[in-house]
Design a protein around this ligand. Structure first.
Ligand code: CO
Length: 140
């Protein structure tokens, strides 16, 4: 059995400097529809979700200032892929499994992300350099 239950990708997130300019690129090139846009002050970021057919979403994430983790990421890596987000049915249960398996995590407890979703991040060491977000999505 895997540490996390096999789930769907909720979104792929791209770090950018300028949300408006990036939105324009995704609309012009991919025909994305612009959805929720939100400042998440405690994480020092502003995000916008772009919708593509089906459940496909891309999250653009830009730093609010040049002091936070995302600003450091952009300085080091430039714009590009920042994280992938997998859906889980129960985030506490998922995090329990992560902690029990000693998988390196950033959040030991869920935090509130865009749209009020309950999320947590695993450390990039857990997935060969890829930052992984898990997000609780109630199954219907
Ligand atoms: Co995300």
């Amino acid at each position: 059995m895997s540490v996390l239950p096999p789930g769907e990708i909720d979104h792929v997130a791209i770090a950018v400097h300028d949300l408006d300019a990036a939105c324009e690129r995704y609309v012009d090139l991919l025909g994305a529809r612009i959805g929720l846009r939100e400042e998440i002050a405690e994480q020092g970021v502003e995000v916008v979700f772009l919708h593509l057919p089906g459940e496909t979403k891309i999250e653009l994430v830009a730093p609010l200032d040049d002091t936070g983790a995302l600003a450091r990421f952009l300085e080091k890596n430039g714009e590009g892929m920042h994280h992938i987000c997998m859906r889980v049915g129960n985030i506490e249960q998922a995090l329990e499994g992560v902690i029990e398996a000693e998988v390196p995590n950033i959040d030991a407890a869920p935090r509130i992300g865009a749209g009020g979703a309950r999320i947590a991040f695993l450390h990039p060491r857990a997935l060969g350099g890829v930052l992984l977000e898990i997000k609780e999505v109630a199954s219907d």
